[in-house]
Design a protein around this ligand. Structure first.
Ligand code: DQA
Length: 152
């Protein structure tokens, strides 16, 4: 295979997403990260995709996983958490692997504080899905499947 692995999607969760369920439930809901990962694996099976998930509170660990995704995955689905708004390092890592990227967020960034309105990830993403709670991830996985199957 020349580049990537079409049937495999790497899902990356950034800092504090391990606290879902406990963390500001009025914004992020009561679903835990384990629940989200389980639904992603289930939907992945339905869509014929192999899904790997990884969460880290550390920017460098996320950069390492992105670099290692080259040749191994067909697409990356990412909620970089607060690094969305700050991390040129994650943007550069995503640019370096040239895989299609789908950006997701549980909350609607644009109804929140101004500092959340800018996303470094959006520069490299095919598209962004935000505001649908845990469903943002499932919609994002469907979007990734569409990109892998039809290039759209
Ligand atoms: C978030 C939105 C970010 O602004 C915030 O820092 C997060 C979660 C979301 O999923 O809504 O950690 O990415």
């Amino acid at each position: 295979m020349e580049k990537g692995e079409p049937g495999r999607v790497l899902v990356l969760h950034g800092p504090n997403l391990n606290m879902l369920g406990l963390r500001e439930p009025e914004i992020y809901g009561s679903t835990t990260l384990a629940d989200i990962d389980a639904s992603l694996h289930e939907l992945g099976r339905e869509l014929g995709l192999e899904v790997d998930t990884f969460q880290s509170n550390h920017e460098g660990a996320l950069v390492d996983r992105i670099q290692a995704a080259r040749e191994r995955y067909g697409a990356i689905l990412i909620n970089a958490g607060a690094y969305t708004h700050t991390s040129v390092a994650i943007l550069d890592a995503l640019l370096s692997v040239s895989l299609p990227v789908v950006e997701v967020h549980l909350s609607n960034l644009y109804t929140r504080e101004a500092f959340r309105h800018h996303s470094y990830i959006a520069r490299v993403a095919v598209g962004q899905i935000c505001g649908f709670g845990a469903d943002s991830y499932l919609l994002g996985l469907r979007a990734a499947a569409g990109i892998l199957n039809n290039g759209t």
